[in-house]
Design a protein around this ligand. Structure first.
Ligand code: NAD
Length: 248
């Protein structure tokens, strides 16, 4: 795809943070944006209003907990029903439940794997028939540098994010013949609520670890999503690091 104009773009977990920045970037390019949210209807509806003003008059909000296979499928079916097709799927929804392994419960493990990793398979599986039939499309999965480097207290999250990279490569292989590209983006620390929840002392240590000495912005991730869609036709199966040099 060489333009966002008119493209139907689904962004999971788009109500805030990196997801809402991606939705805004897509809207600015004239895409028809689907704002997926799990629980917070208010912020999602507000975002849809601002997307309409930015250049996405047909933007819609669709509720679905993508950690549930049936709801992920409903998200895709509802997109087709309301907008007629799907051109881009951005798997952005994610959570953290951080604890050292000694204290990490089985539930902590399962929940993060389900929300951060299984959701990607669920949405891709549901969108697959549409992508393969139209013989075009882009899938972008938001991983993390933690999936490449590991991180203390994030056994569940790092496993899920590493899993996304493996899943991305396999999906890229299987979908290449249908002219669908599949890539992962691995952000470093980005200044969203997820990062704001980190204690101040830990933030100081984090900044010392980042060669560029600052956290990234959601907009910097959104621009990369745009790049992959508009200019990345020959890029597939890659994990694109946007991390200020924290992992090389
Ligand atoms: P965030 O917590 O601000 O936003 C995550 C969004 O996902 C929220 O809107 C939340 O409601 C939604 N979500 C959670 N579970 C969901 C579910 N089951 N179904 C649908 N939506 C769900 O976080 P963020 O910082 O914007 O992170 C976005 C993505 O980027 C995540 O996948 C995260 O792991 C990844 N990431 C973030 C950072 C960072 O430093 N912020 C770094 C690397 C990767």
């Amino acid at each position: 795809m060489t333009t966002l104009e008119g493209a139907v773009v689904v962004v999971t977990g788009a109500g805030r943070g990196i997801g809402s920045a991606i939705a805004e970037e897509m809207a600015r390019g004239g895409a028809k944006v689907v704002v997926n949210y799990a629980r917070s209807k208010g912020p999602a509806e507000e975002l849809v209003q601002s997307l309409k003003e930015l250049g996405s008059p047909q933007a819609v909000a669709i509720q679905a907990d993508v950690a549930d296979a049936a709801q992920a499928q409903r998200l895709i079916e509802e997109t087709i029903k309301q907008l007629g097709r799907i051109d881009v799927l951005v798997n952005n929804a994610g959570i953290t439940l951080d604890r050292g392994m000694k204290k990490m419960s089985l539930q902590d493990w399962d929940t993060v794997i389900q929300v951060d990793l299984s959701s990607c398979f669920y949405t891709v599986k549901a969108a697959l028939p549409y992508f393969t039939e139209q013989k075009s499309g882009n899938i972008i999965n938001i991983s993390s540098f933690v999936g490449q480097a590991g991180n203390f207290g994030q056994a569940n999250y790092s496993a899920a994010k590493a899993g996304i990279i493996g899943f991305t490569k396999t999906a890229a292989l299987e979908l290449a013949r249908s002219n669908v590209t599949v890539n992962a983006i691995c952000p470093g620390f980005i200044g969203t609520e997820m990062y704001e929840n980190v204690p101040d002392k830990v933030k100081e240590v984090i900044l010392q670890r980042i060669p560029l000495r600052r956290v990234g912005t959601p907009h910097e991730i959104a621009r990369a999503v745009r790049y992959l869609i508009v200019d990345g036709g020959y890029i597939t199966g890659q994990a694109l690091s946007i991390n200020g040099g924290i992992y090389m």
